[in-house]
Design a protein. Structure first.
Ligand SMILES: Cc1ncc(COP(=O)(O)O)c(C=O)c1O
Length: 449
């Protein structure tokens, strides 16, 4: 490893980072994270903050899970790679598929198609939804519905159903035939509706209206996050996903639950859909499936969808997939990570620590006028929307957001900014004392605004 001076000098010089301006990163170099232990990360300047971002909503087991590390290492020596394309598989992949279907049995998921991450999973799910309808002799069902404020990755399909224009405009034109409904976001919505249950009903009515307008025979699937993560931790009313399920059933539309963030305990239940008491037709997963230690994603399918493929003629073949689909090292990470996730019962800790974090931030909102909205309380995902004028809900400017971020960091916690939101998704193994560190750091961060 080169020394710190080399790292500082070359930082962002030859490496373009995701979701940022390459020139700005050369001017304001990214923090260099060189190590991590438990729920803390260490940068080369000697800070060791609590990582309230959990890597990127993914390091659910924290940074020190030796069982997963060992499984990855052992598999590298056993079989570092082999393809799962037609004709071959590997023991780890078979074991991982079994572990995954067991984990998701209560959600009605019985098959998995492995990918390399969340964006792959979303694109694959959208393709499979179209193919499903083709196989059922409804080839005109090609369109997709989704929610504004949703995030579904950055491949063309995912970006097209994405509900944040920041990730869309630069790359338009996107996939035709994608239509967006309002987000169940009580703080700001086109109906000026602050009651979550009434808002859910209004969005459901808008969905029916849109389906009738498009004609149900043209719509393949509706995709949603059970709790919208990157869009600002938008927690819908408990009735919302059920409404969506009912409408999808009424019109023969597949419901895809994007569990890339919500899956594996983050909501306080093993899946976001389960949290709301809904069984989707398909799920997309990634991140927490390996605690971020190895890039793996997957599409899950219930029997209703799987049967159509498996009983079809040659046209049931799946003509999509990735070099790293069912990668043996990734699969070994999955098996170990799921076993650790269950052993540690991370969902229960997520529920308790999530409540502590949410309640603590609500208390801070009494102290700081710049806190316009606090969202969370359902597991370990919390969003804080900052405003410069509470009455007018004026979004906080970027410079102040950066100041809050840096002051919070220096006080002992790494948080994430999403526009004028502070987003938090700490490891699910975080302790009560470590959540208190996050709250104290936020207090210092807001004081610096
Ligand atoms: C809900 C959701 N879907 C899909 C993705 C894309 O996943 P990836 O970044 O692994 O491609 C993300 C990433 O944050 C996500 O939050």
């Amino acid at each position: 490893m080169k020394d710190d001076n080399f790292l500082r000098e070359m930082n962002a010089r030859h490496l373009w980072h995701p979701m940022g301006h390459p020139g700005e990163q050369q001017a304001n170099a990214p923090k260099i994270i060189k190590g991590a232990e438990g729920v803390r990360i260490t940068d080369i300047d000697g800070h060791d903050p609590v990582d309230a971002v959990g890597g990127l909503w993914c390091v659910n087991l924290g940074y020190s899970n030796d069982a997963v590390k060992q499984a990855i290492s052992d598999q590298l020596w056993q079989l570092p790679y082999y393809s799962a394309f037609a004709g071959t598989t590997n023991p780890a992949a078979i074991e991982a598929s079994y572990a995954v279907q067991e984990f998701f049995a209560e959600d009605g998921m019985t098959r998995v198609f492995f990918t390399s991450g969340g964006s792959d999973s979303v694109d694959t799910a959208l393709r499979m939804a179209r193919q499903y309808h083709r196989l059922r002799n409804e080839p005109t069902r090609t369109k997709f519905l989704s929610l504004k404020k949703g995030y579904h990755g950055t491949h063309w399909g995912g970006a097209s159903v994405n509900g944040n224009n920041r990730f869309r405009i630069t790359y338009e034109p996107l996939l035709p035939g994608c239509f967006h409904l309002p987000s169940p976001y009580t703080y700001r919505n086109p109906y000026d509706e602050s009651d979550p249950a009434t808002l859910a009903e209004k969005i459901a009515a808008a969905m029916v209206d849109e389906i009738e307008f498009q004609d149900p025979s043209t719509i393949a699937a509706f995709i949603m996050e059970p709790i919208q993560g990157a869009g600002g931790v938008i927690v819908p009313d408990a009735s919302f996903m059920k409404h969506m399920r009912d409408i999808c059933d009424r019109y023969g539309i597949l419901l895809i639950s994007d569990e890339v963030i919500c899956g594996f305990g983050r909501t306080g239940d093993w899946t976001g859909a389960r949290h709301w008491g809904v069984q989707p037709d398909m799920m997309t997963i990634a991140k927490g499936i390996t605690s971020g230690y190895f890039p793996v994603g997957g599409v899950l399918l219930g029997d209703k969808v799987a049967d159509v493929f498996e009983s079809a003629g040659p046209e049931g073949s799946i003509w999509t997939g990735y070099t790293y689909s069912a990668h043996p090292v990734g699969a070994a990470a999955v098996v170990s990570c799921l076993s650790e996730t269950l052993r540690l019962d991370t969902k229960t800790n997520a529920a308790a620590r999530g409540k502590q974090l949410y309640d603590g931030v609500c208390k801070l909102a009494e102290k700081y006028d710049i806190i316009g909205d606090v969202r969370g309380g359902h597991g370990l995902m919390t969003g804080i929307e900052l405003v410069s004028d509470r009455a007018k809900k004026t979004p906080m400017d970027a410079q102040t957001m950066k100041r809050v971020h840096q002051a919070t960091y220096e006080a002992g916690t790494m948080v994430r900014l999403g526009a004028h939101n502070v987003l938090m998704s700490p490891p699910l193994v975080i302790s009560e004392a470590e959540v208190d560190v996050i709250l104290a750091s936020l207090d210092a961060g807001f004081a610096a605004a």
